[in-house]
Design a protein around this ligand. Structure first.
Ligand code: SAM
Length: 285
């Protein structure tokens, strides 16, 4: 029934170094009828570099509802199109989910053209465990929501990957050190594939120091990775310390009941044990 539809190509583009654009990506971008791009002025530069004048259609978070309908129509009429973003892989903390979903719903073939992705590039060079990981993307912008999310992740046992903008990096690092503790291993990757690329594997405390003393300039693009929580040899005393640590963060922010409930979910021990510890801490303050 849908034999005559076009194809939607989801094309990864460089995150800094134009040499990272694959030959296949170049070929696809040259044969499609149109390219849907987040910022058409930015993408015009990429197409210009390839000597292409393919039609660009703007597709970003503020027009994606309306544009998705138009692009699906074009694909249904037999046009081949490509989706790109400003840098890296579309849909990874970037627009495109709605378009890809609707393409599937309409029987339109969706074809990935893989290539750069900042999170995967950073992880591969981080020196942190790569067997399992959680890609968290951007944390909430508001401090309280950000801290709440970090608290939820404190016991996650595999590497955590965050995108972060330079103007929030310092406060994010302070929260991470507070919540994950200064000795937790972490890696910060800056300006990957660009002139000032640098990748630092260290403790959170030392990374914060390096940022403070200017060894890691807060300019450009960053990825922050944090080692997963390690369960240590002596579980009972570790667990006690962990309960106390989490409660000390939560109690000033919320009621005793809420703090006990969240800590119970995080630690997975009896509520009574956690309640006793919380009342003891509350009485000490
Ligand atoms: N879709 C992209 C991808 O596949 O990586 C990510 C887009 S997201 C809107 C932008 C964020 O990715 C930046 O704030 C930064 O955290 C990260 N990023 C992108 N390019 C980077 C680079 N060259 N070096 C370090 N981080 C980068």
């Amino acid at each position: 029934m849908y034999q005559d539809t076009g194809k939607l190509y989801v094309v990864a583009t460089p995150i800094g170094n134009l040499e990272d654009l694959s030959l296949r990506a170049q070929r696809v971008l040259s044969h499609v009828t149109w390219v849907a791009a987040e910022d058409t002025r930015h993408s015009k530069g990429l197409l210009g570099h390839l000597g292409l004048a393919t039609t660009l259609i703007s597709y970003h978070e503020h027009n994606e509802q309306e544009r998705t309908l138009i692009l699906i129509q074009k694909l249904m009429q037999g046009e081949d199109g490509a989706l790109i973003c400003d840098a890296g892989t579309p849909l990874i903390s970037d627009p495109g989910y709605l378009l890809v979903k609707k393409a599937h719903e309409n029987g339109i073939p969706v074809i990935p053209v893989p290539g750069p992705c900042a999170a995967i590039a950073a992880l591969s060079a981080s020196g942190l465990a790569t067997d399992k990981f959680l890609f968290e993307g951007f944390l909430p912008a508001k401090a309280a929501a950000r801290r709440r999310r970090l608290i939820e992740l404190v016991n996650y046992p595999h590497t955590l990957i965050f995108y972060e903008s330079p103007h929030r990096l310092r406060s994010m690092l302070d929260d991470c050190m507070d919540i994950f503790l200064p000795a937790r291993k972490a890696c910060i990757a800056r300006e990957i594939t660009k002139k000032f690329e640098s990748i630092h594997l260290n403790t959170l405390q030392n990374i914060v120091l390096q940022v403070k003393n200017g060894d890691i300039p807060v300019k450009g693009e960053f990825i922050m990775m944090i080692a997963g929580y390690e369960i240590k040899a002596n579980p009972s005393s570790e667990a006690d310390q962990e309960i106390e640590r989490i409660l000390k963060i939560l109690l000033p922010e919320m009621s005793l009941k809420q703090a006990v409930s969240i800590t119970t979910q995080l630690i997975g021990l009896s509520k009574n044990v956690i309640y006793d510890c919380a009342t003891k801490l509350k009485n000490e303050t």
